[in-house]
Design a protein. Structure first.
Lengths: 509, 249
C-alpha cells in the first residue's frame, strides 16, 4: 500500500486541480450527446443509473429531471419541506415510495419509569411530533420509536430490503451515499429538495463527473473497511472528490460484506463526492433475499437477472481513476478537525502550516504520536459503523476486558433489529460486563443533537464520520476510528492499537 | 461612494423559495419572463466584506446541530457560526469577524441581532471548499437570516451550493489569489450578479463564472418546484413505462 501512496498523492493533486474546473465544465454535461439513448459508447455504472432514471434530458442551460425511486425521511430535515408543499396545496406524489424514521434527535436512553421518553427539549419533541403528523396526514409509513423497525435511516433502509440495486435513492442527509453500496445512485439533499421529491418524486439534477477507486489487496487482521475509507479520504482530502460520483471497485471491495461496503460508501461525502457506488454481485443479492420489502420468488430471480447488468462496461472511461493497495494498511485515526486529517495509528502527527488551527483545537502537536492520548469517551455507533458486524468486531476485542476507569464507553446499535440480533448473540452482556453502556438505536453522539453530548474539552474516540470542531458537543474533540480501535481504546483508557492487546494476539477472526 | 450607498439600499434582496408567486419556464426558456422588475431577483450586492480566512469551513460550524431542532426556516441567524461568535460564557467573541467593536463594546454585525448601529455587512469572503460536510440547508437559511447575501470562495461544496441557490444566496467563485487581495483591501465590494463581475475600490475588477441555470434562477427568482410541477405529465409517462417495461434498468 505504501508503495502505491505516491500514485495516490500524485493522482490526488491532479484531482484537486481538476475539481476547480467543475463549475465551468459541468455546464457541458447536460447537453452532451453521451446521454442520448441508443448511444453505444461504453458506459459506467453511474451512466447506466443516470440514463435509466431520466424523465427529461436536460438541454441548453436546463438540468435533467431525474426520477427518485426511494425517498427516505427523518425528523430534522423534513418539517419545513412538508410545510412548503402544504402551503402550496400540494400532496405527496408517491407516499408508497416514501419511508420515514426517527433517528437524529431521539434519546438513546430508553423510556423513563413513567413511560415517557426523555426527549432533550420541547423543540426536539415538537419536531418528532411534526414528523408523526406529517406522515399520518400523507399516508407515509413511519418507523417511529415504538416500531421494531426503527433505527438510523441509513441502517434500516438496507435492513428492510428497501434499498435495492438500480435505484435512485435520496434523503435529507448527506450520508445517503451509504445506499450506493447496493449499486444504487444515492445522495444527500437539502430540505427544499426534500419538498421537490415529496411533490413530484423528481429532482432537477446536473450530471457529475466520475471517479473510480480500485482497491486491491487483502485487508490485514484488526484492520477494517473503516480504516480503508479513512485512508482513502486522507489522500483525497475533504474536497478531493467534489463534483464527482465515486465507484469503488477492485478485489478488496468484491471480498467485502455488505456492512463493509456500506461503511465505504457512507463516507464518500467526506471526500466531497456526490455519491459512492459499488456494483452489486452475489453478496448483494444474498443480503437482499428474504428482506421485508425485497422482491420474492420469480420476481426476485428476474430482478437478480436485471441487477447483474449493473456494472461498468469493461472499456468505460472515468474522469479520474485511482489505485489503492491495502495489503499493508494499519489502523487509521484522525488527528485534526476534518475527516481528511487522518494518519496510520503508529505515525506521528504531521508538520503542516495548514493544520495548525486544527491541532490547536485538538490540543495535539506535530511530531507527537496519537497513541496513548487519554480519552474521556468511546463511542461505538452511527450510520458508518453500528451494524451487527461492527458490534461483533468490537465485542471480540472487549470480551473479558474492562473499560478503563474514568472512561465512558457508549454502544449504540444502529437499529432495533441490530439491537435484538446483538442481544440474541449475547453481545449486550459482553459490553455491559466490560462496563460499557448499551443503548437504544439512534444517531446519538455522532452529531450530539439528542443529549448524548461530550463536554467541552473532552476527547472522544468515535466510530462516526465527522470530527469537525464541536461536532460531538461544543468544544469537544473527536478522533475517528474503527470499531476495533474504539474498543481497544476504551480498555486502555487512551488511544490504543488493538494489534498490541496480548489477549488478542493469535486469536482468529 | 454616494452612488454605492444608494445601490446598497435598493437592490440586495434575498429570495425565499416557499410561498412566492413565480413565473414558470419551459426547457427552451421561451415563456420565461423576468420578474426582476418586481424586485424578486437579485441583481447586485454592495457591502463591505466579512473576512473569514479559513479553508474547509463546514456546515457544523455554520450552524451547529443543536440548533437544527426547529420546524421553521426563520430566525436561524442568531445561531450562525454560534461557537465562533460567542465565547463559553455567552459573551460575544471580540475576535470574531462577525462581530464589530465600537466604543469598546462588541456587537454583532448581523441584521438578525437587530443591531442598527453596526454597519450591515452582507458579503462573506472565505477560503476553499466552503460549506462542506452535512447537507443541512439550515446553513443557507442562517447565513441569509443573519444578513449575508453573498459568499465569495474559491470553491463550494456540492450540496451547499445546491441549497444556497435555492434560497437566493449568491455564491461567487474567485481564485485564491484574488480572494487574498479582496480580503486585504478593506473597501466596499460590489457584486454585479447580472454581469458576473466583482469590483472593489479603483483597481479590482474580476469576472466570475456561474452555472447558466443558477445564474438565470438568481436573476429571476425562479423556483425549481414550479418547473418540476410542469413536468408532471412526463413523470407520469415515465412511471407507466417503468411498470410495463421492467427489463429496462
Amino acid at each position: 500500500m505504501i508503495s502505491d501512496s505516491r500514485n495516490m498523492i500524485s493522482s490526488s493533486s491532479n484531482m484537486i486541480s481538476n475539481s476547480n474546473n467543475v463549475v465551468s465544465s459541468s455546464n457541458k454535461d447536460s447537453s452532451e450527446s453521451t446521454e442520448k439513448p441508443g448511444d453505444h459508447s461504453p458506459l459506467t455504472l453511474y451512466d447506466k443509473l443516470w440514463q435509466s432514471h431520466l424523465v427529461r434530458l436536460g438541454s441548453g442551460m436546463m438540468p435533467s429531471v431525474l426520477y427518485i425511486d426511494l425517498h427516505l425521511i427523518h425528523e430534522v430535515t423534513s418539517p419545513q419541506a412538508f410545510a412548503q408543499i402544504k402551503g402550496r396545496g400540494l400532496k405527496v406524489a408517491r407516499p408508497d415510495r416514501t419511508f420515514a424514521t426517527m433517528d437524529h434527535s431521539i434519546p438513546t436512553t430508553g423510556r423513563l419509569a413513567d413511560g415517557t421518553l426523555p426527549v432533550i427539549d420541547s423543540s426536539a419533541a415538537m419536531q418528532l411530533d411534526q414528523l408523526a403528523r406529517n406522515c399520518k396526514e400523507n399516508g407515509i409509513q413511519l418507523f417511529d420509536i415504538t416500531s421494531t423497525k426503527q433505527g438510523i435511516v441509513h441502517v434500516i433502509g438496507p435492513e428492510l430490503g428497501l434499498t435495492q440495486p438500480g435505484m435512485t435513492i435520496v434523503c435529507g442527509d448527506s450520508h445517503s451515499s451509504t445506499h450506493g453500496a447496493f449499486g444504487s445512485l444515492a445522495f444527500g439533499i437539502g430540505t427544499s429538495e426534500v419538498a421537490h421529491v415529496l411533490a413530484t418524486q423528481c429532482l432537477l439534477q446536473k450530471k457529475s463527473k466520475s471517479m473510480r477507486i480500485n482497491i486491491d489487496g487483502i485487508i490485514p487482521k484488526f484492520v477494517s473497511a473503516k480504516d480503508v475509507i479513512l485512508y482513502v479520504i486522507s489522500k483525497l482530502g475533504v474536497g478531493g472528490a467534489t463534483g464527482h460520483v465515486i465507484e469503488y471497485a477492485g478485489s478488496t471491495v468484491r471480498a467485502m460484506s455488505m456492512d463493509e461496503r456500506m461503511t465505504l460508501c457512507n463516507m464518500s461525502i467526506e471526500a466531497g463526492a456526490r455519491a459512492g457506488i459499488i456494483a452489486p454481485d452475489d453478496t448483494t443479492f444474498l443480503y437482499i433475499a428474504g428482506r421485508e420489502f425485497a422482491p420474492t420468488g420469480q420476481e426476485f430471480d428476474r430482478s437478480v437477472e436485471i441487477w447483474r447488468r449493473l456494472v461498468s462496461d469493461s472499456d468505460a472511461v472515468f474522469d479520474m481513476e485511482i489505485d489503492v493497495d491495502v495489503s499493508n494498511l494499519t489502523p487509521m485515526v484522525t488527528y485534526g478537525t476534518n475527516p481528511g486529517m487522518g494518519m496510520q495509528i503508529e505515525e506521528a502527527i504531521p508538520y503542516d502550516a495548514g493544520i495548525s488551527q486544527a491541532l490547536e483545537y485538538m490540543k495535539f502537536q506535530s511530531g507527537d504520536k496519537i497513541l496513548g492520548a487519554k480519552i474521556d469517551i468511546a463511542f461505538l455507533g452511527s450510520c458508518t459503523n453500528s451494524r451487527l458486524s461492527d458490534l461483533q468486531a468490537a465485542a471480540e476485542v472487549i470480551q473479558g476486558q474492562k473499560v478503563a476507569a474514568g472512561v465512558k464507553f457508549i454502544v449504540v446499535p444502529g437499529s432495533k433489529r441490530v439491537k435484538s440480533e446483538a442481544e440474541a448473540l449475547g453481545l449486550d452482556k459482553i459490553f455491559i460486563e466490560a462496563g460499557a453502556e448499551w443503548r437504544e438505536p439512534g444517531c446519538s453522539m455522532c452529531l450530539a443533537m439528542n443529549g448524548d453530548t461530550a463536554n467541552r474539552g473532552q476527547l472522544v474516540i468515535s466510530t462516526s464520520n465527522r470530527n469537525f470542531e464541536g461536532r460531538q458537543g461544543a468544544g469537544s474533540r473527536t478522533v475517528l476510528a474503527s470499531p476495533i480501535t474504539v474498543a481497544a481504546s476504551a480498555i486502555a483508557g487512551s488511544i490504543a492499537d488493538a494489534r498490541y492487546i496480548p489477549e488478542l494476539m493469535g486469536a482468529s477472526r | 461612494m454616494t452612488t454605492l450607498k444608494n445601490e446598497q439600499k435598493s437592490e440586495a434582496r434575498s429570495i425565499a423559495s416557499e410561498g412566492r408567486e413565480v413565473r414558470s419556464i419551459t426547457s427552451e426558456g421561451s415563456e420565461a419572463r423576468s420578474i426582476a422588475s418586481e424586485g424578486r431577483g437579485v441583481r447586485s450586492i454592495v457591502s463591505e466584506g466579512i473576512v473569514l480566512p479559513l479553508d474547509n469551513v463546514d456546515t457544523d460550524q455554520i450552524i451547529p446541530a443543536r440548533f437544527l431542532t426547529t420546524v421553521s426556516r426563520e430566525g436561524l441567524g442568531k445561531a450562525l457560526f454560534y461557537d465562533w461568535r460567542y465565547e463559553e460564557n455567552g459573551e460575544l467573541n471580540p475576535n470574531s469577524p462577525f462581530n464589530s467593536i465600537a466604543s469598546d463594546k462588541t456587537s454583532p454585525v448581523g441584521a438578525s441581532a437587530g443591531n442598527s448601529k453596526a454597519p450591515q455587512k452582507s458579503i462573506l469572503i472565505t477560503g476553499d471548499n466552503f460549506g462542506c460536510g452535512s447537507s443541512r440547508e439550515h446553513a443557507s437559511w442562517a447565513l441569509l437570516d443573519f444578513g449575508i447575501r453573498a459568499v465569495i470562495s474559491s470553491r463550494f461544496a456540492d450540496i451547499f451550493r445546491s441549497n444556497a441557490q435555492k434560497n437566493g444566496l449568491v455564491l461567487v467563485e474567485l481564485s485564491p489569489e484574488d480572494i487574498n487581495v479582496l480580503s486585504s483591501l478593506g473597501l466596499p465590494i460590489q457584486i454585479n450578479v447580472e454581469s458576473m463581475t466583482v469590483q472593489c475600490g479603483e483597481g479590482f475588477v474580476r469576472n466570475f463564472v456561474m452555472d447558466e441555470f443558477d445564474h438565470y434562477k438568481i436573476l429571476n427568482g425562479v423556483d425549481e418546484l414550479d418547473y418540476l410541477l410542469e413536468c408532471r405529465g412526463e413523470i407520469s409517462d415515465y412511471e407507466n413505462k417503468k411498470t410495463i417495461d421492467r427489463d429496462n434498468i
